[in-house]
Design a protein around this ligand. Sequence first.
Ligand code: PLP
Length: 365
Amino acid sequence: MSLSFDLVPGTPVTAPEEIARVLSQDPGFGIHFSDHMALATWTDGIGWHDDQVTAYAPFQVDPGDAVLHYAQEIFEGLKAYRHADGSIWLFRPEKNAQRFIRSAERMDLPRLEAEDFITAVTAVTRADAAWVPGAEEQSLYIRPFMFAAESFLGVRSAKTVTFATIAGPAGAYFKTGLSPVDIWVTTTWSRAGDGGTGAAKCGGNYASSLIAGKEAYAHGCGQVLFTDAATHSWLEELGGMNVFIVTQAGELVTPPTSGTILDGVTRDSILQLAPRFGLKPVERPIALAELLEGIASGAIPEAFACGTAAVITPISAFRYAADGGDQDATLANPFGQATAALRRQLVDIQWGRAADEFGWTTRVA
Ligand SMILES: *Cc1c(COP(=O)(O)O)cnc(C)c1O
């Protein structure tokens, strides 16, 4: 039986003037939260129950709750976009729903059917429609997540699990807006290995990537690029974004997602859009040596990172440790034609300014 996530009557809402005040300044990312959240509980032997949309409020967390100790947790991230006519749309939510199922499988959490995931996301978006910004590049960021909610310190999968969806207005993800970022290539730290959790969207992957982010900041970079754990000679992805290179030969290349790389919705969309701009989409391993040589020779003029939060972020340089100090491989054309065209096309589809020929967008309000 499918879940309905009905709105609990009488939940308090923020005054329209206060919402307008928050939205009129750049809301930033992940700072403000809207009035409602979706909730459901899973109990072993019973399944999902008590699904609802209720007031956004703190959880009661028992100090013995397994998630605090063993990190049995997964999440998703997607956005609701307000079109010029005021209507509100989601972008490929079924892809997030399917990935949530795969992440749950890997972390031995219960399956939440794709239909129920989309119902929860839709219900929160509708309840908090007033929080969906209308300004350029702003959206409602939606964060579904699931965690072990059983107070038990034995090491096994939880028999009580909470599913929740929260949301909040989002402006540009990077403080610097669209300006290209320098990327630190770490060969010290790894985010994923064979048989690990790299392909699951789980908090643990983020926890283990934070130290590499610190290393990146210490080297003057805004983001970190991970290489393969075994040899540190192949590109994988950033802590929360996939990576692409554009070649002089007209290829748009990204490493394959087999096992250690997260299967990004933005990544998939970009691969499908590539032919429109005369680019050949290619999924193949990219050697760090190929990247550095290609940038030096001009064979790789553009590179970018991509993900729901920041859409496409142009890369200005890859910085890496070399004999005698840091070296930079500086892209000839950081926010070049291909990067700009792909980004424009994607955001135009998301905000309803371009024809949605793939049927990627779904109206929810
Ligand atoms: C979420 C995420 C991405 C981007 O995926 P999208 O579906 O495009 O938002 C890339 N890499 C990692 C590690 C992620 O967690």
